[in-house]
Design a protein around this ligand. Structure first.
Ligand code: DAT
Ligand code: MG
Length: 138
């Protein structure tokens, strides 16, 4: 069964949107396989976001992600990687289509990093790599 890693990021967690994000995942028909709440540590964030190292938003991104608790979920289902990316919407919450999580619930806050509520893996290979970082043994 295909899996993806979903994170309700610190902005979404703080705003009380974890339940709404999980509701949309379940309403779509995907299965929650594992859940944990924690403040992500910088060492694992560096592994998770290795592809963005050196970009101007990298440090603000790591600082933001390490700023407070987030909800981590392993989500299962056929084509769930593509399906959750579609539920999440475009990276920029101002541009994300209404109907998507970022389009319905997100906005720009005038900050150097897009605080866009959720993370979703971008390929099945990325999903397995990211699950290995945050859910060792899963
Ligand atoms: P996504 O989260 O849609 O997969 P990404 O992997 O390109 O997007 O970037 C990871 C995160 O970094 C993204 O969720 C928000 C932030 N980010 C990306 N591009 C940005 C930019 N141009 N300015 C500010 N933050 C950005
Ligand atoms: Mg990405």
């Amino acid at each position: 069964m295909e899996r993806t890693l979903v994170i309700v990021k610190p902005d979404g967690f703080k705003r009380g949107l974890t339940g709404e994000v999980l509701r949309r995942i379940e309403a779509k028909g995907y299965t929650l396989a594992s859940l944990q709440i924690m403040t992500p540590d910088r060492e694992r964030l560096a592994q998770h976001y290795a592809e963005h190292e050196g970009k101007p938003f990298y440090q603000p991104l790591v600082d933001f992600m390490a700023s407070g608790p987030a909800t981590f979920a392993i989500v299962e289902g056929d084509r769930v990687v593509e399906g959750f990316r579609s539920l999440a919407g475009a990276t920029d919450p101002t541009a994300a289509a209404p109907g998507s999580i970022r389009g319905d619930l997100g906005r720009d806050w005038g900050l150097p990093v897009q605080q866009n509520i959720v993370h979703g893996s971008d390929s099945p290979e990325s999903a397995e790599r990211e699950i290995g970082i945050w859910f060792p043994g899963h």
